[in-house]
Design a binder for this molecule. Sequence first.
Ligand code: BGC
Length: 724
Amino acid sequence: MKYCWQQPGLSADRQAEIVLAEMTEDEKYAWLSGPMAIPLGDEPLPEGAIGSAAFYPGIPRLGIPAMQQSDASLGITALGNVRPGDNATALPSSLLLASTFNPDMAERSGKMVGREAFAKGFNVQLAGGANVIREPRGGRNFEYLSEDPLLTGVMAGHSVLGIQSQHVVSTVKHFAVNAQETGRVVVSSDLDEAAMRESDLLAFEIAIDTGKPGAVMPGYNLVNGEWASENAFLLNKVLKGDWRYPGWVMSDWGATHSAAKAALAGLDVQSGANLDQQVWFDRPLREAVAAGIVPQGRIDDMVRRILRSLFAVGAIEHPAQPGGDIDYMAHRLVAQREAEQGIVLLKNRHSVLPLKKGAKRLLVVGAHADQGVLAGGGSSAVTPVGSLRLPGIDFMGIATDKVYQPSPPLHAIRAESGAASVDFHSGEDIASAVEQARDADAVIVFAEEWRSEALDAQGLALDDKQNQLIAALAASHQQVIVVLETGGAVTLQWLDDVAAVLQAWYPGSGGGEAIAGVLFGRVNPSGRLPVSFPLHEQQLPQPSQIDPQTTTSLPGVPVKGDILHIDYNVEGSDVGYRWYARTRQKPLLPFGYGLSYTTFSSSHLSASRQGAGIEVSLDVTNTGDRPGAEVVQIYIQPANKAYVPRLAAFARVELAAGESRQVTLMLEPKVIACWHSESGQWVIAGGEYEIAAGRHAAEFMLTCTLVLPEQRFGRQRQPKTTSA
Ligand code: BGC
């Protein structure tokens, strides 16, 4: 044994304690703030840095490796082309992952990210986007999972489990209520505690319970008037207090605003400190300690938390080294399989899909489908070798690209269709596209909507040009199939006029093959929408948006000082489908919706109390003639309608043609409960509940009832029954 922490049987806590005792104060402070490890202007890379989001030096005499931190949830990025020539596998967007409703898929793809991180020398992955999607126009919605706290929390937690299984720490981010990009450092998300606990915080709580991420990253935004990175309620009270979170809290890049205040509120590390007004977590923090404002014990606590998380995933015992082997072919298949499960079939008039193989001529139109599939922009954009890069936007002083990942649908369609000819038209000239479509057996139009970090969608419509293109093709051809590559919900004004629509989100490194697989029936679509698609923006709780061109707000968005306040109490915890239910509005497409090439039926729904938990079971049958997957969705609502139906359990079930299976699920007690701020507890009100198996959030096929006793519980997962 060489190092002090290498004794058999030591817990991560103990190992952290032992190393901490050996560290000098300078070594400690070297970990409490760091610059972005991507050169900005003339700044050189810190010595020893691979080139990525952040680098913190190792301590060789103690056997502690450097911390090399990379973005993000969808694969290993190289922002600003910091590692020229570097390859990486791009997973589909997180929205697509959530559309699979498959936690195993989240774990499998997380593992792939962890493997690539490790082989490239990274031991901290800035992944785990777990914000509830409150703002359908949010620029980073593609990095987040869904509008539902349970689905978001479970999927994020499993993706963290996958990453951390590879000796790589994962974050969850951006804690919390970080719903939009416009004015992202000056926007306060205002939301009452109970509503927050039942929605945005619940997603993080479940993700953290499930995945045990080593670090948490607060958002750029303010929450109820305090920046998330110095918000004592979020960090000290909820995260470290109520949830007893043992890991570290790292700020977002350039999102730290103070030394003592942030340190005392629970922030442990100032990330991207060169983007801040000043390096707070070095000299100013040392001064605050010397003045007795911040206790020395707090500095030790910060470092202990980092060490503990690194030890807990084995990042110190098994140090990541650059230059490891990566099987990109196998990883591309992981991405493709995910896309195949998550692509959502939105419309299929007269079962036009799957298309018959061996057509005479097919026409593929638009969205650079001859070159690749679109990716979302910003720090999460993965750029596999061969990507098409168009100019994107500048943020944080770095020029970022609009990236098309090299999985061109055109070639995959040629391979999969067996058609005599498959032609491509860019869609630029609408009249010529219509002309070329004339003698095609089918027209497959790709439509795109690019979202990025720092760039919200302005409105929910596709751009006029694409809408006109689709409308013109649909007016002159019977077999128009639209494939959407979007970063979130969009409005589909031509939906009635086209034959079929596939929602492919941003489908990643195997996206083209996955799309072609669904189009020609190798894959039976099984994705379900993780966000509602509104009919129009007037249906939203916040119909208007802040004007990105100014720091002033639109009417209805009050400005206090330089801070813009968004009142999310309008919808409270009733985000997405719950908002539509509460306001009795019908969205264009509901949460949980998605079609298949086969049909399913459900029967024998029953619910019972099992100890402190609630078990639901039902029989699901594939009544069609091909194998497929059904997503069982269980919703719950008190019989007195105290709240609208909430998703309390889900499961993706694969069934052969004609196969029947009994499915048993446990409901999530924190979804059934409401948060009582006065007592600081979850409370399940005693009484009768209606439990429903939903085809989606707006259609229940089967219902049953169950009487529950009142139950109160704190942070533990399973509640204690307090009365019979
Ligand atoms: C993003 C984070 C990211 C960080 C480091 C920030 O702009 O908000 O999600 O991890 O940059 O690149």
